[in-house]
Design a protein around this ligand. Structure first.
Ligand code: HEM
Length: 121
């Protein structure tokens, strides 16, 4: 088959706050979905005999679970804060470039601060 040139994609664009936050929003949405599956398995295992639950806990202990809990919580907070922004955008509010460029880093920083605060206290 003849090799035809591919159309340009993400890699030709300079990263901008609007695109970076949009990509992060989708990625955190997918990550939250995966975590919900694990949370459901965890809740189901709570109803199983103790030795099955203990096996599950010992498997979890072999993973970097503090990192996983941190990233799950951060995803939830980031996705929710950014989701609230989308509700304003749906009303055509805060859509000017100056707001977009200010909201991106603010939401990112706020989500990291909130997550760290919750984990530590
Ligand atoms: C565990 C809970 C959640 C999961 C699993 C989840 C999952 C997702 C996924 C996978 C997407 C991407 C859809 C796409 O880009 O095609 C998405 C988009 C979205 N989520 Fe969530 N979400 C959750 C919680 C929330 C919360 C709490 C909010 C609001 C406060 C929210 C607001 C939104 C909005 C507004 C979009 C659309 C963004 C767009 O138009 O590109 N989500 N969500």
């Amino acid at each position: 088959m003849k090799q035809r040139p591919l159309s340009p994609h993400l890699q030709i664009y300079k990263p901008q706050w609007s695109s970076v936050i949009s990509i992060l929003h989708r990625m955190t949405g997918v990550y939250l979905f995966i975590n919900l599956i694990f949370a459901s398995i965890y809740l189901f295992l709570l109803t199983c005999p103790t030795h099955i639950f203990e096996t599950f806990v010992s498997i979890v202990r072999c993973t970097p679970y503090y990192f996983l809990i941190y990233t799950f919580l951060w995803s939830l907070i980031f996705h929710s804060l950014n989701g609230i922004k989308y509700f304003f955008w749906a009303k055509s509010k805060f859509m000017e470039k100056k707001y977009i460029n200010a909201l991106g880093p603010t939401i990112l920083l706020l989500s990291i601060l909130c997550t760290t605060f919750i984990i530590l206290y």
